[in-house]
Write a protein that binds this ligand. Structure first.
Ligand code: AP5
Length: 241
């Protein structure tokens, strides 16, 4: 743990103010679901900051495990490189652990989880044990034909997870992160060939999850083909009720 005496007073005060503001916000437990490139990862940080939630992206967590070559990462890598899904048990385990973190106290955004009906059922069990449930599921609905351009043009700043797009959200200097000046990279699975497998996995294994939540009356459809600002406005409207 950081020694608080080493933290600047101005930083301590702004964290205190943030926490006071967060205490007024309602708790929210959200799921963002949609195909690769539909904008889940773009909208999550905005909603996370507004409602003081934690952003739990199973894709980001798995990529960190692959990069660190942990036993989990070694098991996940082969499926991820091919655009297939990692086993339910692995991802359920990482979500269960992540939800216990203090930053998830006001609730969470699950981005990319659950992706199978089994994962959705296990999530229900997990939340039941905690005495809670899901408040809203936002379905980022979009036609497959739009996604190749979004995915192949995406560039990432690996340490922060910031995401850019050569056409739709370009960095100030090509190939360089706006905040740190560090180089951007492209994800290994962000190419047209692997995208086809990721979309096939989405249609066969994840679309039934959308029906699962439709039956529970917590589902709102978002028109994810609109521009990022319009999508943000729709997301905010869906979360305001
Ligand atoms: P994951 O990392 O979750 O990838 P994904 O679901 O394929 O989602 P993406 O991150 O590609 O898309 P996004 O919707 O976040 O798009 P973004 O906002 O960045 O999963 C990767 C792999 O991990 C899986 O294939 C699987 O192997 C494994 N995995 C993960 N979770 C798992 C689970 N639960 N079970 C089993 N396996 C699992 O946007 C994309 C681009 O478009 C960006 O460049 C952005 O700038 C741009 N953009 C965004 N919005 C707009 C807009 N409105 N208009 C124009 N451009 C836009």
């Amino acid at each position: 743990m950081a020694d608080l005496e080493d933290v600047q007073t101005v930083d301590l005060m702004s964290e205190l103010l943030r926490r006071l503001k967060c205490a007024q916000k309602p708790d929210k437990r959200l799921i963002f679901i949609g195909p690769p490139g539909s904008g889940k990862g773009t909208q999550s940080p905005i909603v996370k900051d507004e409602f003081c939630l934690c952003h739990l992206s199973t894709g980001d967590m798995l990529r960190a495990a692959v990069a660190a070559k942990t036993p989990l990462g070694v098991k996940a890598k082969e499926a991820m490189d091919k655009g297939a899904l990692v086993s339910d048990d692995l991802v359920v385990g990482i979500i269960d652990e992540a939800m216990n973190k203090p930053k998830c106290q006001k609730g969470f955004i699950l981005d990319g989880f659950p992706r199978t009906v089994t994962q959705a059922e296990k999530l229900d069990e997990m939340l039941k044990k905690r005495g809670t449930g899901i408040d809203k599921v936002l379905n980022f609905a979009i036609d497959d034909s739009v996604l190749e351009e979004r995915i192949t043009g995406r560039w990432i700043h690996p340490s922060s997870g910031r995401s850019y797009h050569t056409k739709f959200a370009p960095p100030k200097t090509p190939g360089v992160d706006d905040i740190t000046g560090e180089p951007l990279i492209q994800r290994k699975d962000d190419n047209a060939e692997v995208l086809r497998s990721r979309l096939a996995a989405f249609h066969s294994q994840t679309e039934p999850v959308i029906d699962y939540y439709g039956k529970k009356s917590v589902l709102t459809n978002i028109h994810a083909e609109k521009n990022p600002q319009e999508v943000t406005a729709e997301v905010q409207k869906a979360l305001s009720s």
